[in-house]
Design a protein around this ligand. Structure first.
Ligand code: FES
Ligand SMILES: [Fe+2]
Length: 396
């Protein structure tokens, strides 16, 4: 395995080692002050789902692509976001712009391809054509159509910014929406995320999976280090410690460190001296719907994108990022194997449990759900969501 060392300073790394050694030696984990009760309707209520899309996802930056998915001028990708399907296009000046994928004439889906490279986007319906900058270039048989001010009929644009190797979007073309990722992440979390060096990685694979599960159920599954032994007995449970996590909230967001069982080979050593990097997973949870999981030799980035118009639909977008681009058959075989393991864990285990959960929380009669003191990151998530809805300025 080719390891990449964590680029945190030595004090931070020693802190990770000390925290994990303490928890494993004592059978402990970081804990919230009390148990949190949650109303299960947050996973099923269509009214709340509509508010989440308009009041939350229409205002905050979410990851829409890795920069290496559109490396060159005129390269594009189409991405389904909670409110809009968006086309991201690399511009002549190297920046990326994002447009709602709807023809301004009569509403046809302008770009049907998932990705590609084009100087002009021609609508298949009647042949209107748009430039890579979203401007309306031509109207078919214009003399018969009537007067249209082309300069006002470009594609509707959403705010886009590149940071940490990703293209981020605020999923709204409404007037006055802005994007400021650094401010959204906050200094401490932004610094911690920078140490993941995601801009040094290449996106090896993107998988899109449409599931009938509320997006918060899936976010909960990744915030939770308590289900590994039980849910993942058939795959990764033998390799990871369960229910022993070091959780550090950083403003809205948070970082969690968990241990692989291989950490036993360095337990007992001085925290500042052991090579801890290859024995831990560092997870960054980006509120409200994204996770960056740093494995010792690759990154997994998960995005739980609420499907438009439903409380129970989510597009799970999963990316596997590698430090070196996979060129040889041997490298590709290795990452394919990693991907297949990840898929087995998700498809055969997490999704099975969570499809069942979604069905079960749709029952008419059920009491409040409980998040234990050990489910501290889940508590952070649900408390933040509740606060954010009580005061929209919290995410604006
Ligand atoms: S809908 Fe696109 S050209 Fe008519
Ligand atoms: Fe899981």
């Amino acid at each position: 395995m080719v390891y990449t060392d964590l680029s945190y300073d030595e004090t931070t790394k020693a802190g990770f080692a000390r925290a994990m050694f303490d928890h494993l030696d004592n059978g402990t984990t970081d804990m919230a002050p009390g148990i949190l009760e949650i109303d299960p309707r947050i996973y099923t209520d269509p009214e709340l789902a509509a508010r989440e899309r308009s009041e939350l996802f229409g205002h905050i930056p979410i990851i829409a692509a890795h920069s290496t998915e559109l490396p060159g001028r005129n390269d594009f990708v189409t991405v389904q976001l909670p409110n809009n399907e968006v086309v991201l296009v690399r511009q002549a000046d190297g920046s990326v712009r994002g447009f709602v994928n709807t023809c301004r004439h009569r509403g046809a889906r302008l770009v049907p391809d998932e990705k590609g490279s084009k100087r002009t986007f021609s609508c298949r319906y009647h042949g209107w054509a748009y430039g890579a900058d979203g401007g309306l270039r031509s109207i078919a048989d214009e003399s018969t159509f009537g007067m249209v001010d082309r300069s006002c009929m470009g594609l509707l644009e959403v705010p886009v910014e590149e940071r940490h190797g990703f293209v981020w979007v605020v999923d709204s073309a409404a007037d006055g929406r802005k994007i400021d990722i650094e401010a959204w992440l906050g200094q401490e979390f932004d610094d911690s995320l920078a140490a993941m060096e995601m801009d040094e990685y290449t996106c090896y694979t993107v998988g899109n999976f449409d599931v009938d599960i509320n997006w918060k159920v899936l976010m909960d599954a990744f915030l939770d280090g308590y289900h590994i032994t039980s849910t993942h007995a058939g795959t990764v449970a033998p390799y990871f410690y369960n229910n022993a996590q070091s959780w550090q909230p950083m403003g809205r967001h948070g970082r969690m460190v968990t241990a692989r069982k291989s950490i036993d080979s360095v337990r007992g050593g001085a925290p500042a001296e052991v090579p801890i990097d290859r024995h831990i997973t560092v997870a960054h949870f980006l509120m409200p719907n994204m996770s960056v999981l740093r494995q010792p030799d690759h990154l997994e980035v998960l995005n739980f994108v609420p499907a438009p118009g439903t409380a129970v639909g989510t597009r799970m977008q999963i990316r596997l990022l590698t430090r070196e681009p996979a060129v040889t058959d041997e490298q590709k075989a290795r990452w394919d194997k990693n991907w297949n393991i990840l898929m087995a864990v998700l498809r055969d285990e997490d999704l099975v449990v969570n499809e069942g959960l979604q069905r079960a929380v749709s029952n008419t009669d059920l009491g409040p759900l409980l998040f234990g003191r050990n489910e501290i990151a889940n508590q952070h998530f649900h408390r933040w969501m509740a606060r954010a809805f009580a005061d929209p300025q919290k995410w604006g």
